[in-house]
Design a protein around this ligand. Structure first.
Ligand SMILES: [Fe+2]
Ligand SMILES: [Fe+2]
Length: 181
C-alpha cells in the first residue's frame, strides 16, 4: 500500500513539474517575436501529459478508488473520475491547438496561453483533491493484498521522466569526487 502511495506522490511531482515547464515556455513564447517561436518543448510537455498519466497514472487511481468505494462512499470520488475524463479531453484539445498553429499569429498564441492557464488551474485542483482525499483514504482503507491485486491488474509503464531523474542522480553521484587533504 505504501509503495502505491509513493508512486502517486512521485507521479504528481512529475506532472506538476511538466505543467510548470510548459507554463514557463508559453510565457517565454508570448514575449518572443513570431519568427523566433519554437513550440517544440511545449509539444513535448503536452505529449507527456497525454502519455504517462493517461496510460498509467489515471488507470492506477481509478482502480484504487474502485476498491475504496466498495467500503466507503465519498462524493469526491465521482468528481475525480469526471476530472480524469475532462483532463484527457482537454489535453487532446491543447495538442490539437498546437498542431494546428501552422501560421503563427499573436492571437493564436494568446488563445493557447489562456487555454493552458485554465487547464493548469483544473489540473492543480485535481491533484490537490487526490492528495487530500484519495491518499489519506488509501492509508485508511486499502489493505496490502488489495494493493498487490491492483498492481497485478495494471500494466506498468515506464515514466520517461524517471529516466531523466536517474541520469541526474547518476551524474550528481559521480561528479566532483571529494579530495581528502
Ligand atoms: Fe488523477
Ligand atoms: Fe493523480
Amino acid at each position: 500500500m505504501d509503495d502505491l502511495q509513493q508512486q502517486l506522490i512521485c507521479d504528481h511531482y512529475r506532472i506538476k513539474h511538466v505543467l510548470n515547464l510548459v507554463q514557463r515556455e508559453l510565457e517565454k513564447t508570448a514575449e518572443l517575436p513570431l519568427e523566433q517561436i519554437n513550440l517544440c518543448k511545449i509539444t513535448m510537455g503536452l505529449a507527456y501529459l497525454a502519455g504517462y498519466p493517461e496510460r498509467y497514472h489515471h488507470p492506477l487511481e481509478e482502480k484504487i478508488i474502485d476498491k475504496i468505494k466498495a467500503k466507503v462512499e465519498m462524493s469526491a470520488f465521482d468528481r475525480i473520475s469526471a476530472q480524469h475524463q475532462y483532463l484527457e479531453t482537454e489535453t487532446a484539445h491543447l495538442i490539437e491547438m498546437v498542431n494546428n498553429i501552422d501560421n503563427l499569429s499573436t492571437l493564436e498564441i494568446k488563445r493557447l496561453i489562456n487555454q493552458f492557464k485554465r487547464y493548469v488551474i483544473i489540473q492543480n485542483e485535481h491533484l490537490e483533491l487526490e492528495e487530500n482525499v484519495v491518499m489519506p483514504a488509501m492509508l485508511q482503507w486499502l489493505t496490502p493484498s488489495e494493493a498487490a491485486e491492483i498492481r497485478a491488474q495494471i500494466t506498468e509503464v515506464e515514466d520517461p521522466l524517471a529516466l531523466f531523474e536517474s541520469k541526474e542522480l547518476y551524474r550528481s553521484v559521480r561528479a566532483k569526487p571529494q579530495l581528502v587533504a
